[in-house]
Design a binder for this molecule. Structure first.
Ligand code: DP6
Length: 323
């Protein structure tokens, strides 16, 4: 009745922003991401009939604030009549700061919960369940380059190519470890209702997806860099034009973007992407990783720099609980 799973966050190259069904948390657009190797969340789920209520401990501290989302995810995986659970989560990176902590958390949670209950579910089923909890989490069930497509009233997630076939590096500049002001789910709804650019964003997504898919198939770094930066800046333009405006960046975010531009001007193969937070993720060819890392670490205000390669999808790691 106990299982532990580990999942890695993913970095979106072509972003999910907007929902077509808020009840089932279905995305309005498809997306393409890369699953990381070095950052991870471990989730232990212990089903316990003697518990009166679920207990959630995140990085050693009880967290009643995050509990409702976790409970509803467990209800979906195990059914509403399920036993109560003790859920223990540990991550080796800052949570809720735009590093996709919900992606790795919910991907690990569905895998651990299904195993704790003795269910045998397919990866596609687990991805759909994770996506119901957090759209981006569906992608962390798979490794390497991953595409999430919309299917009638569902999603379809698959690996486009394993990371070992195109081992890019990701350098993450942490510009602040503070939690973000607005969660991405709520912010997407503000954009859908108020941004004058939202409809164009939806219309153009298929073109960006096809461009990125082709770039990944051909391992064409320049092509991937161009479409990923374009898609990222377009998503943030949708947010900025929302009412109230949604601005996740800080001045250090902009300094990091400038540092990446300077590296590009010097001929270094690197591009930036930014999700719903102020951190800058610089994607580069492995040979350039040290240079990109040094450059971002020297930007005034950068608190920490992390590096990662591409990793695998969520998996069970055993029955012991972390921490
Ligand atoms: C900007 O997956 O966190 O990172 O489904 O509401 O939980 P919910 O949203 P979430 O949104 C991620 C948005 C993004 C882009 C992306 O990861 O594709």
């Amino acid at each position: 009745m106990r299982a532990t799973a580990r999942a890695q966050p993913n970095i979106a190259l072509i972003k999910y922003w907007g929902k077509r069904d808020t009840n089932r948390n279905l995305p309005a657009v498809g997306s393409i991401s890369m699953t990381l190797s070095e950052l991870h969340t471990e989730m232990c789920v212990e089903l316990d009939v003697s518990l009166d209520e679920d207990v959630l401990v995140v990085n050693g501290v009880e967290n009643p604030g995050l509990r409702p989302r976790v409970q509803s995810c467990l209800d979906h995986v195990l059914g509403a009549g399920r036993s109560r659970a003790r859920i223990t989560s540990t991550s080796n990176f800052p949570v809720a700061a735009g590093l996709a902590s919900s992606a790795s958390a919910f991907a690990a949670l569905v895998v651990a919960a299904a195993a704790a209950a003795g269910q045998s579910r397919t990866t596609a089923e687990l991805a759909a369940l994770a996506g119901q909890a957090s759209g981006s989490a569906a992608r962390s069930l798979y490794g390497g380059f991953v595409e999430l497509r919309n299917r009638d009233d569902d999603i379809d997630v698959r690996s486009l190519r394993p990371g070992s076939e195109w081992p890019l590096s990701v350098v993450i500049a942490i510009t602040t470890a503070d939690a973000k002001p607005v969660g991405s789910g709520a912010a997407m709804e503000i954009s859908r209702r108020t941004s004058p650019f939202y409809a164009r964003w939806i219309d153009q997504q298929e073109t960006d997806l096809a461009d990125a898919r082709n770039a990944i198939a051909a391992r064409n770094f320049a092509q991937l860099a161009a479409v990923a930066e374009h898609n990222c800046l377009k998503m943030h333009s949708v947010m900025w034009a929302s009412r109230p405006p949604i601005v996740y960046w800080n001045s250090v975010t902009l300094s990091c973007m400038r540092a990446v531009r300077e590296l590009q001007a010097a001929g270094v193969g690197v591009f930036f992407t930014i999700d719903a937070g102020p951190q800058v993720k610089a994607v580069c060819l492995p040979d350039n990783e040290l240079r990109v890392r040094d450059e971002l670490a020297s930007v005034a205000g950068v608190a920490e720099v992390m590096t990662s390669g591409l990793g695998d999808g969520a998996a069970l790691v055993g029955a012991a609980c972390p921490g």
